[in-house]
Design a protein around this ligand. Structure first.
Ligand code: IMP
Ligand code: MG
Length: 177
């Protein structure tokens, strides 16, 4: 229970770790010998990013961006603005955008196009979770940990009104409450 809402376990820490490891294996194989810049999307991606980098064997730098989020609503608003931008020069870097979950795809589409316009050597997207059926804009996601159903999830960086990001496992909101 949190905030009078009923949550049920969806993915445990071992399942999450297996998904993170399998993404890291692919990235390690694909980016060997390249100048890699990981760009994490604040705030939700912090936990995934922290685990992902510890599975990476390739050399890389880390940056973060913060985009406008859902706020207190549980569905995407449709407009995206930048609250905190990347500090590093991304030209000639192989950029990998790191997101914890994709829903409509609007947030990532916006960031992807913006990074691409800045002239990196390449840009790809990795997400731990993908609500693929919810996609409303076409976003090229190369690495996906798990394709999931449309459910509201919390834990492992995912928040319910800024709470519960610290939970080591992922839970879904059970309707009705
Ligand atoms: P999109 O632009 O609709 O793809 O929204 C993606 C962003 O919404 C993610 O970066 C998350 O921060 C947030 N989000 C999407 N689904 C969930 C969820 O189930 N729980 C918590 N946050 C979510
Ligand atoms: Mg969020």
């Amino acid at each position: 229970m949190f905030d009078d809402k009923n949550f049920t376990k969806y993915l445990n820490r071992h399942e999450i770790d297996a998904a993170v490891q399998s993404i890291a294996n692919r990235v390690n194989a694909d980016y060997e010998g390249r100048q890699v810049l990981l760009v994490g999307v604040l705030k939700g991606a912090i936990v995934f990013m922290a685990d992902l980098v510890r599975h990476l064997k390739i050399e890389h730098e880390v940056e973060f961006v913060r985009l406008s989020s859902y706020g207190k609503a549980r569905t995407s608003s449709g407009t995206v603005t930048i609250l905190k931008d990347i500090q590093a020069d991304i030209r000639d870097k192989h950029v990998i955008i790191v997101e914890e979950i994709i829903d409509s795809g609007r947030t990532l589409k916006f960031l992807y196009e913006r990074i691409k316009a800045a002239g990196p050597a390449s840009v790809e997207i990795v997400t731990l979770l993908d609500k693929a059926a919810k996609r409303v804009v076409d976003t090229p996601v190369k690495y996906v940990g798990r394709v999931i159903d449309d459910q509201f999830l919390i834990g492992y960086g995912l928040d319910l009104e800024e709470h519960c990001r610290n939970l080591p496992d992922i839970y879904y909101l059970k309707y009705p409450n």
